[in-house]
Design a protein. Structure first.
Length: 447
């Protein structure tokens, strides 16, 4: 405990880190405040049916992702998901469109242009989703009397503009946190919304087990122990690496390299799950589509089947497709974020080589093969953790809200984002000659 308070004190001593953390907390507070502001023209006292309709199922998960803004008919009701959807589309298009491939090779300028394309696409998606959300409120049980100004153009046009602006503002908050704060801003916005539902979910489970005499305190204790074990498994998945040994040769007078090893052997850490939580977020964004398609075409047999099967987030069809998408996106995102050929070229230029492997193309092929081999178990493990809530609901009769924190999208995003944020704080501490949050021992003072 003493070590913890010393670390907090060290964080506060670093002006830049302190300012970044305060800015991050301030922007997150702005986002949470906006989630409570109801759209003008809607009577908030008549939204109880909307809240009950989003307690569970696919829309309950969407409500959790928006931090309750969806059920509040808030100005942030669309959340950050349109931006995630736009990012997925741009990433997929990068495979087939030469212009986007060219942008990937242009460094920082190309990245900025690609981000601008993503922003414009986000606005386009919002323009479609905003009226769909407003007209769809009736399907969630919101009475016409809740629309104070009616559903005419004098309400719909301003409401659509506000919803689109709310999503763009949330996107700006996320990007500002990434640039000026600490951690990945978009992921933090999603995480803070998920955390907001955690206390209520646990209270509901506690009441179910104790007041309703459904297992009692002993079952609650078992659930908490199991929950911590799942958290530990999630942390191991995020942190696990495969160490590839690297040695460095000495440059000769003729300009070549002499395989006399200089210093100790070093390692390239290849992560078991190099893509982090992004496959979960991408797959979850796509999993909203089947249910919406089914609801749109519910007059047909196929539409009715899709609506029933994919609205139940604990159902077999939903979780099989969800798991497959996670595995696919893990491979896809790893391929675009781990440039094995570039790693091989950098090693060759610095005189480094992997023992037994020729520098250059053979090293790149070797690293690519290793990444493919370790990504398979990593993606399968990630998928199993993602569908674990459905398993515990069926086997242990846990409340749906509380089950979402047993692995699944909610827990994996929380763990992944928390570790990423802690690692960034850790880097600041180590750079200022303090022990990091993940390191024990005394502060290292500058001589």
């Amino acid at each position: 405990m003493k070590k913890f308070f010393e670390t907090i004190s060290n964080i506060w001593k670093i002006d830049e880190l302190r300012n970044r953390i305060l800015l991050t907390l301030g922007l997150l507070l702005v986002y949470r405040f906006g989630c409570q502001i109801v759209l003008p023209g809607i009577d908030s006292t008549q939204l109880s049916q909307l809240a009950s309709s989003t307690d569970s199922g696919i829309f309950g998960l969407l409500n959790a992702f928006t931090g309750g803004a969806f059920a509040n008919a808030s100005i942030f009701a669309l959340g950050i998901m349109p931006y995630i959807s736009a990012s997925i589309v741009v990433q997929l298009m990068s495979i087939a469109i030469p212009y986007l491939q060219k942008l990937d090779k242009e460094g920082e300028s190309g990245r900025k242009t690609k981000n601008q394309i993503t922003r414009w696409l986000t606005i386009g998606i919002c323009v479609v989703q905003a009226p769909a959300y407003l007209y769809g409120l009736e399907a969630f049980g919101v009475q016409d009397s809740a629309f104070v100004l009616g559903k005419g153009l004098d309400f719909m046009i301003p409401a659509v503009i506000i919803l689109v602006t709310g999503c763009v503002f949330a996107m700006w908050l996320g990007e500002k946190i990434t640039d000026k704060g600490i951690g990945n801003g978009i992921s933090l916005l999603i995480m803070i919304g998920i955390i907001a539902t955690l206390p209520q979910s646990f209270v509901q489970e506690f009441i179910s087990r104790t007041v309703d005499n459904n297992g009692g305190l002993m079952f609650i204790l078992i659930e908490i122990i199991l929950w911590f074990l799942v958290i530990l498994a999630s942390i191991l998945l995020v942190m696990a690496t495969r160490q590839i040994p690297v040695q460095y040769a000495r440059r000769t007078a003729s300009g070549g390299y002499e395989k006399n090893i200089m210093g100790s052997r070093q390692y390239i850490p290849l992560k078991l799950n190099a893509s982090g939580v992004m496959p979960i977020i991408f797959a979850q964004a796509i999993m909203f589509a089947p249910s919406l398609i089914g609801k749109t075409f519910n007059s047909t047999a196929v539409g009715q089947w899709m609506e029933v099967q994919f609205q139940d987030i604990f159902g077999l069809a939903y979780n099989v497709l969800f798991g497959l998408l996670i595995i696919i996106f893990t491979y896809f995102y790893t391929a675009i974020t781990v440039p094995t050929n570039k790693m091989a070229d950098d090693l060759k230029r610095s005189g480094g080589f992997i023992p037994g492997i020729r520098p250059g193309k053979e090293t790149g092929d070797f690293l690519d093969k290793i990444m493919s081999l370790i990504t398979l178990p990593g993606s399968v493990f990630l998928a199993l953790l993602a569908v674990l809530p459905a398993i515990v609901v069926k086997l242990m009769d846990i409340q749906a809200g509380w089950a979402m924190f047993y692995g699944g999208t909610s827990l994996l995003i929380m763990v992944g984002v928390a570790i990423d944020t802690v690692q960034q704080v850790n880097a600041y501490l180590l750079n200022r000659h303090y022990d990091g949050l993940m390191k024990t021992g005394k502060n290292r003072k500058v001589a």
